[in-house]
Design a protein around this ligand. Structure first.
Ligand code: HEM
Length: 352
């Protein structure tokens, strides 16, 4: 589905388009057990409703205030270096380290493990029907390593709670029910995959777009309140998630096209965000355009749980960088990843 209205109609028609079904249809048997495939984003109601209420309760309560100081300190440290002139692969720097610190805090893990984090997340995101044979053992090993790590964190917190989301999740209760061990692990997998690389790509895209629009760098410096619409327009034009997958559970029709039961539907979020019938001059990056909701964070019951967090991380990074740097140049264009659902740069050199 490429048009805005068709993407939205698929994402909100839960009776016909199943997330759980898409998991079965796109499963890769060579992986064995992947906790991500039992996670929230792959569930339909009523299971989705029950688990989402437990985790969103734990997630929304204290996450933002807890991670804001961490994010700002990481951004400020990078901005200090950039202020003196710096050329780096941004994907090895701020775009990875800032979200890694935030996710490490949420997962209750050691933020010195940034490299492991990145490897695990990139490997798990790379799973798709075309994953080459040679890459499979490494992916299987990453899934096993992360499972072991996360199980260890929960084991530890069962004995001694800390100020982290892992502890909050152990205590979270809705209607007298707590999450079981498998649910806890699969939610942590989802946070790593959904919350880490997506934000890395948002930060890289923000800096690429600032480099392409030097007039905007000057404007954001003069008027920091324009950072918020700048981030929104970055999310519209370059969303880090480019497709949401569903399975048609019965014969149906969308936008005049007939779909048989069992069809895997790829709702192309990035295409919907550039639908010219919804966004005037849709290919143009314009932070002053009329604000209309877009689908960068999805739509309906699976709407991104981390949307406020991702927006805050990008805003904080720009609030620290923009006032300190004179100019931003891309000195080497990005190389892109090959995920079915997440789209972003694996490397991108930037000079400040
Ligand atoms: C779901 C995008 C950052 C956690 C989603 C979905 C999209 C999305 C499109 C819906 C998928 C579907 O309907 O199949 C993004 C983008 C991000 C981002 C573009 C950054 C720029 C984050 C962060 C976190 C997070 C930082 C948490 C730390 C989640 C979770 C879900 C989700 C838990 C599943 C919600 C559910 O199924 O009910 N995200 N996300 N995301 N996202 Fe994000």
């Amino acid at each position: 589905m490429t048009r805005y209205d068709d993407v939205v109609s698929v994402l909100k028609n839960l009776a016909v388009f199943s997330s759980q079904g898409s998991r079965a249809a796109t499963a890769q048997p060579w992986i064995g057990h992947n906790p991500l495939s039992d996670s929230l984003v792959m569930l339909d109601p009523p299971q989705h409703t029950a688990i989402r209420s437990v985790v969103s309760h734990a997630f929304s309560a204290r996450v933002l205030p807890r991670v804001e100081p961490l994010a700002r300190a990481a951004a400020a440290a990078f901005a200090e270096r950039a202020a003196n002139g710096l050329e780096v692969d941004i994907c090895d720097e701020l775009a990875t380290t800032l979200p890694a610190k935030v996710i490490a805090n949420l997962l209750g893990m050691d933020d010195t493990l940034v490299d492991e984090f990145r490897t695990w997340s990139e490997d798990i995101v790379a799973v798709n029907p075309m994953t080459p044979e040679a890459a499979r053992p490494r992916i299987i090993a990453s899934i096993a390593d992360l499972t072991r790590y996360v199980e260890g964190v929960f084991e530890d917190r069962k004995h001694a709670r800390r100020d982290d989301l892992a502890s909050d999740l152990l205590d979270a209760q809705v209607d007298g029910r707590r999450l079981d061990d498998a649910e806890l692990v699969s939610f942590m997998f989802l946070l790593l995959v959904a919350g880490f690389e997506t934000t890395t790509h948002l930060l890289t895209n923000s800096l690429r777009l600032l480099a392409a629009h030097p007039d905007l760098l000057a404007r954001l410096r003069r008027d920091p309140t324009a950072i918020v619409p700048f981030v929104e327009e970055t999310l519209r034009l370059e969303p880090s998630v480019h497709a949401a997958l569903r399975l048609a559970m019965e014969d149906t029709e969308v936008g005049g096209v007939r779909l048989p039961a069992g069809a895997v539907v790829c709702a192309l979020v990035d295409s919907a965000n550039r639908d010219e019938t919804r966004f005037e001059d849709a290919e143009r990056f314009d932070i002053d355009r009329e604000r209309r909701p877009n689908v960068a964070f999805g739509h309906g019951i699976h709407f991104c749980l981390g949307a406020a967090l991702a927006r805050a991380e990008a805003r904080i990074a720009l609030e620290e960088i923009v006032p300190r740097v004179g100019a931003i140049h891309v000195t080497q264009e990005p190389t892109w990843n090959t995920s079915l659902t997440i789209r972003g740069a694996m490397s991108c050199r930037i000079r400040f």
